[in-house]
Design a binder for this molecule. Sequence first.
Ligand SMILES: [Zn+2]
Length: 208
Amino acid sequence: MIRFDVELKSLGLFLVGGPTPIYTHLDITVHRTRDPDKNVYVPTIPGSSVKGVLRSSLSRVAHAFGIKVCGDWPQASDDCDSCYLFGAPGSEGRVWVSDFTGERSTVSLTHVSLDDGAGTAREMALYTSEYVKPGSIFKGRIEYNGGVERLAPLLVAMAALRTDRAGRSGLIDLRIANADQLRGVLSGLGEYSILLEYLGVWAWDEGV
Ligand SMILES: [Zn+2]
């Protein structure tokens, strides 16, 4: 098993909780979960949400990297790197993604509710929604339980996530915090080892 210690950084404002998100092919959702050690609530991105985004990011760039995904190879899912990594009906996949927990501090926005949604003015009410600040970091891990020959598509998925839209509110950067330790473990990657270098530091940097 190969363990990637992964950090995600929000590059926009991400709504915490709120109405159930409409699940599109690409969405990062943020919930509030209780940290049992500290007895506080922290913004959390569910692992399933991260996994879904990795899958769709891989599909987006698969062609350019010569990676086989279902759309191109409608045979058994054995032939599809995306199904192999992230699972398919009847198979679990070789990638496991933890929940990602963020920093406690958030910003809130107070709204005035002016109508009942149908455009008719009713009683005015104030309500607040909560957002994760740009630059907030979420920590989690991604574990890989498959053959080294199919590890490259996973790194490609992580790299592609950095330039994909996440939710309605912006982008997410991704960094492999333990890239230095993995360099030896992943030495069989050949030309793809450049992806490990690429993913070891933030892609999005402050402007100069
Ligand atoms: Zn597939």
